[in-house]
Design a protein around this ligand. Structure first.
Ligand SMILES: Cc1cc2nc3c(=O)[nH]c(=O)nc-3n(C[C@H](O)[C@H](O)[C@H](O)COP(=O)(O)OP(=O)(O)OC[C@H]3O[C@@H](n4cnc5c(N)ncnc54)[C@H](O)[C@@H]3O)c2cc1C
Length: 430
């Protein structure tokens, strides 16, 4: 029977990052993935990384901590995961566009709060916006500029982690292998190993649940109710047309209003189809010359089927902020599901009631950014070393001890129903 120090379940961003940092601590690791490396959400996504696309506080601080690790990785890893830089070798930066006074006010508050936390983030005039992004619309009110944010090729990062971890000789990878059960000591509840769909038992005193949207199924194997739901997003790809954006990811400020349910606080000046599908613009021309245009946030279960009308709504947003998009052909679209934790923070920690069990899931739209800091924290939890992130307790599983998960679920269901009702009413009159 095979035995390891740690079994990591899930070969996506969190699983491979955890496996990498654990091997750096001398741990013998078995990474188990039911499909192949990077087959889950991590290959249905954009590649933005940074501190700004988050709520100021623990959320943006995690981003900052992870960016430091990305900076080390890009300098030390042999595997090129396409970290985007400018001609000086610095991160390419990130731009947000504001199209209403309300968004300008929200943006100013966010800049002030993030600056206090040490994040470089500035308000910029429309002239400055156009110096950064010459093809953007001329009638915007201004925006935010975040020089230290960057982008990567998202599905290459897990392969980079695996390749670097393998150099230690401490990593075994089992793909096309599903974990179907977890073995626990009947008295202490401590984990002892996993059972796979091949009927094999693999032993380890430590198990990491890095299964993204599917983490609740793994949690249920050890009696946990994990409040993570799939939140659908969709991206449209255009034909090659060179630089619509300057190879950086750009976003409309309305992104924050859809991501964090701030919608009631200020009406976005958007067409009905955009509202119906809760669409907000993120756009990037990648190094190949294709432009990727997204996205939406919807609760649709586990389906990742893309929808034509969402493509239309994304294209409308693209044209609004980059008029040149009007002349581009779309060549494909794809959908993905974000692991949305109902209190809007990831779960990264040990689990007191199940000794040896660790959580690394629930990163919603931030998992590409947060992979490195999550993996590093998991390695510190498993080895018992001091935690490198001072706000780690705020993203720990223990925060749910005093929370009513049923109430969180009811709130999320009400939100979903409200969004579905908006969608239904708008589509009925279009
Ligand atoms: C449209 C879209 C755009 C996004 N844009 C960004 C962005 O720009 N920046 C950013 O930071 N984030 C972004 N995200 C979010 C990011 O992609 C996710 O947060 C991240 O991919 C989650 O990684 P993960 O490792 O938790 O999950 P996954 O990548 O889904 O990995 C989980 C793995 O677990 C495996 N698994 C499940 N059950 C089992 C089992 N029983 N046994 C074995 N294996 C199992 C699955 O097969 C899967 O491979 C975006 C997401 C979407 C959908």
């Amino acid at each position: 029977m095979k035995s390891y120090d740690v079994i990591v379940i899930g070969g996506g961003m969190m699983g491979t990052a955890s496996a990498y940092y654990l091997t750096q601590e001398g741990m013998k690791v078995c990474l188990i993935e039911r499909d192949d490396i990077a087959f889950g959400t991590v290959s249905h996504t954009d590649g933005y990384i940074g501190a700004s696309e988050k709520e100021p506080g623990v959320d943006s601080m995690q981003g900052m901590a992870s960016m430091k690790l990305y900076d080390e990785m890009r300098k030390t890893f042999d595997y090129d995961f396409e970290y985007s830089t400018n001609e000086n070798g610095d991160p390419i930066g990130f731009v947000y566009f504001c199209e209403s006074e309300f968004e300008m006010e929200m943006a100013k508050k966010q800049v002030a709060e993030n600056q206090k936390l040490g994040i470089e983030q500035y308000m910029v005039s429309v002239q400055e916006l156009r110096e950064l992004e010459p093809n953007c619309a001329t009638d915007l009110l201004g925006g935010m500029w975040v020089p230290k944010d960057a982008a990567v090729c998202p599905f290459k990062v897990p392969f980079a982690f695996v390749q670097e971890a393998r150099k230690t000789g401490l990593l075994d990878v089992m793909t096309r292998t599903e974990v179907v059960d977890i073995i626990q000591d009947p008295n202490t509840k401590a984990v002892q190993g996993v059972v796979t769909d091949k009927g094999e038992t693999i032993n380890a005193p430590n198990i990491v649940n890095a299964c993204g949207c599917w983490a609740p199924f793994i949690g249920a194997m050890v009696g946990m109710e994990i409040p993570i739901e799939p939140r659908f997003g969709q991206l449209t790809i255009t034909e090659k047309a060179g630089k619509i954006t300057q190879n950086r990811l750009c976003m409309e400020y309305g992104y924050f209003l859809t991501k964090f349910f701030h919608d009631g606080e200020g009406e976005r000046p958007i067409p009905d189809l955009v509202k119906a599908y809760n669409v907000c613009l993120n756009i990037t021309s990648d190094l190949t010359g294709n432009t990727v245009i997204g996205g939406c946030r919807l609760f649709r279960g586990f389906s990742i089927k893309s929808e034509y009308k969402i493509m239309q709504a994304c294209a409308m947003r693209g044209i609004r902020f980059f008029p040149m998009v009007k002349d581009l052909n779309c060549i494909r679209a794809f959908g993905g599901i974000r692991p949305f934790c109902l209190d809007q923070l990831p779960i990264v920690s040990d689990v007191e009631e199940v000794p040896g069990f660790f959580m690394a899931a629930g990163h919603e739209g931030d998992g590409i950014t947060l992979g490195p800091i999550t993996g590093k924290l998991i390695s510190q939890y498993v080895t018992g070393k001091p935690l490198e992130f001072e706000l780690a307790h705020e993203i720990a599983w223990s925060r749910f001890k005093n929370k009513d998960i049923a109430a969180l679920k009811a709130k999320e269901e009400a939100n979903t129903r409200a969004l579905q009702e908006i969608e239904r009413k708008i589509l009925a009159r279009l």
